[in-house]
Design a protein around this ligand. Structure first.
Ligand code: IVH
Length: 340
C-alpha cells in the first residue's frame, strides 16, 4: 500500500518491474490481433522409435552424414504456447500463438504471472529487441483445487489443466487471471536483435541467466542414442511430474544446422515431437448419466469406478452421443478400457 501511495504521488518513480505493474485492472472488451514477427510453427509428431529414427535419418540425409549434429531433448509441456516481447529489456507485449501467423494480445493477463519477468537485465546496446517463446500451464494439483472451488460456486469445471490454463489467459478481466495459479516455461527464442547464441543449449542457459523460467529437464544429447535413452527414461518418469507433458520435443541443437534444414509451411524440419502412447486402465461403468451443458446440450457421461491414470483419478468419461454409445455398445456394468 505504501508503494501504491508513493507511486501515485510520484509517477516518475514507477519502474517497469514494480509489483504494482502486475495487475492492470483494465477490463478489455476484446483481444487485439498481433502479427508474429516470425511465425509460431507447430511440430510434426512421431509415435514410436522407428518414426523418431526416420526423423534423425532425414536430418542426416539433408545435412550430410559427416556433420556432427547434437540434439536438445525437452519435455513437451501441455499448455498454451505464448510469445513474449521485450524492448530494451522491458516486457512490452505477450501474445497467444493463434493460427501461427497472428495471435491475440494478452499482455495484461501475462503480466499477472509471477514467473514472467517484467524486466530483464539486458545490455541495451547489445540486445534491443528480444522475443521469447514458451508454454503457460497449470500444475495438476492447482487445477484440481481450482475445479473444486468452481464446482462449489456452481461454475463449470475445466476438463483438464491445459483447458484451465488456456481459459485463464484468455479472460477479458486480468484481475480474475491474477487469481489463477498459472506458471510458465520458456523454451526458445522467437526473435533477437542481434542473435547472440549459436545453439539451443546455449540459448536455454542464457534465457535462464536473464531470469526466465526454463525447464530443468532439458538435456543436450551428443548423438541419437542419447536421445533414445531420454525417450525411455521419461516413459514412466513423466507421470511423476506435477504438471502434464504430452511427450518430448527433440530439437537439432546447432542453429546453423536448423537454418540449413529450414521449415515446411507448417513444421520445422529440425525438430519433432515424440508422443508417448496414451496410458490405459480397465474399470467398470457404474452408471450412464445425462449431463446438461451451459448451452443446454445434453451429453451422455459414463460414471466409472474411480481409477488412477497418469497421476490423476478418473471417475467419468464422456460418451459423446447416442450413436457413439450404440457403436461401442457401452452398457452399465460393462468392464471398459479407458485411455487418457
Ligand atoms: S518448440 C517450431 N518446445 O508444442 C518449434 N514447443 O506442437 C515449436 N510446446 O506450439 C516450439 N513444449 O506450444 C517447443 N519444449 C517445447 C515445448 C513446445 C510445449 C508446444 C508449443 C508448440 C507446440 C507444438
Amino acid at each position: 500500500q505504501a508503494l501504491v501511495e508513493l507511486e501515485e504521488k510520484h509517477p516518475e518513480l514507477i519502474v517497469p518491474d514494480s509489483p504494482t505493474q502486475r495487475v492492470g485492472g483494465k477490463v478489455a472488451d476484446r483481444f487485439v490481433p498481433v502479427a508474429h514477427k516470425t511465425p509460431m510453427l507447430s511440430l510434426d509428431n512421431t509415435y514410436n522409435v522407428e518414426e523418431l529414427a526416420e526423423f534423425h535419418n532425414r536430418v542426416m540425409k539433408n545435412l550430410g552424414a559427416d556433420k556432427d549434429v547434437s540434439y536438445v531433448v525437452e519435455l513437451k509441456i501441455d499448455g498454451l504456447g505464448v510469445t513474449l516481447t521485450y524492448d530494451d529489456g522491458v516486457f512490452v507485449r505477450g501474445a497467444t500463438r493463434g493460427d501461427g501467423k497472428t495471435g491475440e494480445d494478452i499482455t495484461l493477463n501475462l503480466k499477472t504471472i509471477k514467473s514472467i519477468p517484467l524486466q530483464i537485465p539486458v545490455d541495451k546496446n547489445k540486445i534491443s529487441r528480444l522475443e521469447v517463446r514458451g508454454e503457460v500451464y497449470m500444475d495438476r494439483d492447482e487445477f484440481h483445487k481450482l475445479n473444486e472451488s468452481r464446482i462449489a460456486e456452481g461454475e463449470a469445471a475445466f476438463a483438464n489443466p491445459r483447458n484451465a490454463a488456456a481459459g485463464s489467459v484468455r479472460l477479458l478481466d486480468p484481475k480474475i487471471t491474477s487469481a489463477r495459479p498459472l506458471n510458465v516455461f520458456i523454451y526458445s527464442l522467437g526473435y533477437m536483435e542481434p542473435v547472440l547464441y549459436q545453439t539451443q543449449d546455449a540459448t536455454l542457459q542464457a534465457l535462464r541467466s536473464l531470469g526466465f523460467r526454463t525447464n530443468p529437464s532439458a538435456k543436450l544429447c551428443r548423438n541419437f542414442e542419447e536421445v533414445l535413452r531420454m525417450v525411455e527414461q521419461w516413459r514412466d518418469k513423466r507421470s511423476a511430474l506435477p504438471y502434464d507433458v504430452d511427450g518430448l520435443v527433440v530439437k537439432v541443437n546447432e542453429f546453423r544446422f536448423q537454418e540449413e534444414l529450414g521449415s515446411t509451411n507448417k513444421h520445422p524440419r529440425w525438430a519433432v515431437a515424440y508422443k508417448y502412447e496414451a496410458e490405459q486402465a480397465v474399470t467398470e461403468v457404474l452408471d450412464i448419466i445425462c449431463q446438461v451443458g451451459r448451452t443446454g446440450a445434453i451429453t451422455p457421461v459414463a460414471v466409472l469406478q474411480p481409477v488412477l491414470i497418469s497421476g490423476s483419478t478418473v471417475s467419468r468419461a464422456t460418451l459423446h452421443n447416442e450413436d457413439e454409445i450404440r457403436r461401442k455398445d457401452i452398457r452399465i456394468g460393462d468392464r471398459v478400457v479407458i485411455e487418457k
